[in-house]
Ligand binder design. Sequence first.
Ligand SMILES: *Cc1c(COP(=O)(O)O)cnc(C)c1O
Length: 449
Amino acid sequence: MTTKKILDKTLKEAISFLDKLDTISPNIPFNKTTNQELTEEGLGFKDTLKLFKSQYVPYISGTAGPRYFGYVVGGATPASIAGDWLTSVYDQVSPASQVASVHEKNTVSLLLDFLKLPKSFTGTLVSGATVSNMLNLAIARQWYGLELGLDIAKNGIYGLKKMNILSANAHSSSYKGLSILGIGREALIEVKTQPNSECTDIIDLEEKLKTLNGEPAIVLSSAGTVNTTAFDDFKAIEKLKSKYNFWHHIDGAFGGLASCTDDYSHLVDGWELADSITIDAHKWMNIPYDSAFQFTKRIDLQQQVFQNGNAPYIKDLGDFSLINLTPQASRRWRSLPIWFSLLTYGKKGYKDFIQKNCIQAKVLGDFIKKSEDFELLAEVNLNTVCFKVSDIKKITTQDFLESLNKTGEVFLTPTSYKNNYAIRCAICNWNTTDADIELLIKEMKNIIL
Ligand SMILES: *Cc1c(COP(=O)(O)O)cnc(C)c1O
């Protein structure tokens, strides 16, 4: 089959899926392994697609659709899908091709502008916020070592005693980062949160910094925690730098997008002062997986950590040498889907859908607040709603959630918040309509009766 025929068929399949995405159940179980044998001759594309359509396509959940409210997932804008397709078509790799590297640099610049972050940050693209957090932690670790006269990139962590990592609300992925980097999960000293919130208690943070007696520290804060979308007081944290010596990393995987809005941008006030920031592209920016940003003000330290170094055949592209800035050597043209999406919809297009999701969260939050059947566990301050079934009801929150998900109309995920089994509804799809939220509320009412 010619390339054109293969791609025509693929386009047809893609359109047929996307056209019915809003009717596909957001949660279709699938655990069927097949004993597919690889044939000598190959099936040809037509039969391969046919096989795929019969064996897998019916089980593809509508997680990219408008009523998937679990975790923080998001869909993919049409323009980002186009960019993603073209990424494969061009199949560029740095440093063989300079255009992908330069384009990535330009795209990082676009995002800084979009999120109103200063150009003192540089950034790269990685596969997700987990890797972004890890990469930023690796830069922070290098800074930490140098504060003590140790070059960890060169000599490892052997000269260090247990590092001082402080956080009140680190995402689970940061613990993974600490593990990968040889710092250790247990190195994290838990700072208190404010009462009834997931925000860092600044007084407790200061007390813990004080006990370090001038030793360096890494402080991890949050621009949007996963349970309640809590935002730390970044200005207050930064103010502590006048007295204490620490690296400040902000995980803004989805919450960082608040910065592009009118009504919620105050939530990130002061984040521009941080040393490093994580933002996912594949969540609320609605870019296809795998895609996230990593920002730092210390590209020099990043180069020390990620220097690919001793391969004389690799061309050094200077500023654009992504091989010397990220964990990967060969990597896809990851900026293309983001660039297509940002330029197609512009600042306003993005802002409108982000704000729409926030209003939708508010509508759901208001319904829960007014209802005697449910209890809102945190004020809705962005795009997620954290709630439980009221204690006066016979049905448990867990059973309620199971029934709700069983409808196949919506999908929400559980969490644990302040010792409660709770439900989290994250609204982060460009395609979610007000009618989708009405449908969710209708299903909730049906089950709680
Ligand atoms: C989702 C999330 C992560 C992990 O992101 P991945 O892109 O799934 O690796 C980290 N931090 C926060 C706050 C998140 O919401």
